[in-house]
Structure formats: structure tokens, C-alpha cells
Write a new protein. Structure first.
Length: 274
């Protein structure tokens, strides 16, 4: 408000609208965003919702999101060149396809859905390993649900790590990252190493980074809170879709849009245009 009173243009970098706002919350967001002159949003869906709410399309720019792009690209290229092998010595059978979860172990992430889905898939023949990376208040509960898999050596709780050299190997060595509650920067992290991503299809409850997934190409979407549908789609992914693209092709979206260089261009464009 002070900037507007002083005739200074203001760019708001924001999520925009989610699509699940109540009438009052939507009205308040329209009121708040109207203070800005231009807008940087994380994905196209938010842009469409802002335009629908009456904002001018030419004032809205999509900036996406990014992590440590240069470092992750270096690790990825090293692993591609040297063809590193899986280092999952903590699993009974390290040759199985490995599904990974990466993030805080909280109820909103619904990791129990993933555990139950893998339990179902492995009920007759053990086909998948499940690696859970992270810490959080639900860890004890999740371990109870995982007892069978822990005992038989196809579920492993890795704990937390922020060491990219460590994380990069774990993600690159995995075959699929599933974020059953919602997905955010963990999707960008996974695809930075060419590891496909799965999450639910209710975009009103998703983080903007869910838009990075190209369905049945760089991952897939399943029906929210549906264990059976998640199990079915995991099975279908490995039997039908995982062969479509190489790791390098799956991470192409990172080089195209989800990196700081692209973000700099978008910021420059927003600053340059009237």
C-alpha cells in the first residue's frame, strides 16, 4: 500500500489462487492481489484462476520453481556417465524396483496410503522395495503399519539427510517417487535426477509443483485417498509407461523451466514490460 501511494510499481511473487477458497477467502485474495501491479506465479493453473477472477493476463508471469540446479545437474551427469549402480544394501533384495518417499513424515503427506498400497502389491509376490526418507511426528505410527515390510526387508526408514551427495544417489537409484498427500519441491528434486513422480489428482489440494508431472510420461496421477487406485497405477506404471522415456528425457523439464536461469529471464521480462 505504501508503494502504491508513492507511485512505486510492485510485483507480487505468490501462489495465487488454489481453486478451493471459500467466498470470503476468495474475496480477500482478490482484494489483496489487486494491490500489486504484476504477478509472478508458480504454474499455469494459478494464472488461469487469476484471469478468471478478473486479473489482466499480460500482468501475470509464470516463474515455476527451482532448487540447487547446477549442483544437481553435475551429480546427474556424473551418474549418467559412470552408470552408477543401486546402493540399497539395507534391502533384502536390492534388485527389486524401488519406490521412494522424500519429505517430512506428517499426516498431511498421507504416507500411510503409500505403505498400504505397497503392502497390497507385495501381498502375494514381493515386487517392490519402499524407501522412506525423512523424519517427523508420524514416524512411530508409520513403522507400526510397516511392520511386515520391515521384518521381511522390503521397507526401510532412512531418516533425514540434507546432504545432496547422499540424497542424489538415493533418488537416482530409485525408480519412482510417490508423494501421496501432495507434492511440492520433492517433485522437482526427484525429476532433477530423472526419477518419475506420482501424486494425487485433486489440484485444489495440490502444491503448484505438481504441474511438473506429465501424466504417463514423467509420472502419473491417481485418485486422491484411493489405495486401490494408487496400487493399480504403480503396477501399470512399471508394466506400461516407465519404458517411454530415458532418465535424461524425464528431467528435460528441469533444464527447460525449473531452474534459476529461466527464473531470471521471467523476472527480467516482468521488469521490462510496461
Amino acid at each position: 500500500l505504501i508503494c502504491r501511494l508513492r507511485n512505486k510499481k510492485t510485483i507480487l511473487w505468490t501462489h495465487g489462487f488454489y481453486g478451493n477458497e471459500s467466498h470470503i477467502k476468495r474475496w480477500l485474495r482478490i482484494l489483496f492481489y489487486s494491490i500489486g501491479n504484476k504477478y509472478l506465479l508458480y504454474e499455469q493453473r494459478g494464472r488461469k484462476l487469476m484471469i478468471k477472477a478478473g486479473f489482466e493476463a499480460s500482468k501475470i508471469f509464470i516463474i515455476y520453481n527451482s532448487l540447487d540446479y547446477e549442483l544437481q545437474k553435475k551429480y546427474f551427469e556424473d551418474y549418467q556417465k559412470n552408470n552408477i549402480k543401486k546402493e540399497f544394501t539395507f534391502f533384502k533384495n536390492s534388485k527389486l524396483k524401488t519406490i521412494i518417499f522424500l519429505g517430512r513424515l506428517t499426516s498431511v503427506k498421507k504416507i500411510d496410503l503409500l505403505i498400504k498400497s505397497v503392502n497390497k502389491l507385495n501381498s502375494k509376490i514381493v515386487k517392490f522395495n519402499l524407501l522412506i526418507i525423512g523424519e517427523g511426528p508420524q514416524k512411530s505410527l508409520l513403522k507400526k503399519i510397516s511392520k511386515k515390510g520391515l521384518d521381511k526387508g522390503w521397507i526401510y526408514f532412512y531418516g533425514k539427510t540434507y546432504d545432496e551427495s547422499e540424497l542424489s544417489k538415493l533418488i537416482y537409484s530409485s525408480d519412482l517417487m510417490v508423494s501421496p498427500g501432495n507434492t511440492g519441491l520433492n517433485a522437482v528434486h526427484a525429476l532433477s535426477y530423472g526419477t518419475p513422480v506420482a501424486t494425487h489428482n485433486n489440484f485444489n489440494k495440490q502444491m503448484p509443483e505438481a504441474a511438473i508431472i506429465e501424466d504417463q510420461q514423467t509420472g502419473f496421477f491417481f485418485n486422491e485417498n484411493d489405495i486401490d487406485d494408487l496400487s493399480l497405477n504403480i503396477d501399470r506404471w512399471f508394466s506400461k509407461f516407465d519404458i517411454n522415456l530415458t532418465r535424461a528425457e524425464k528431467r528435460r523439464i528441469i533444464d527447460q523451466k525449473y531452474n534459476p536461469e529461466y527464473q531470471i529471464k521471467v523476472i527480467q521480462k516482468a521488469l521490462d514490460e510496461n
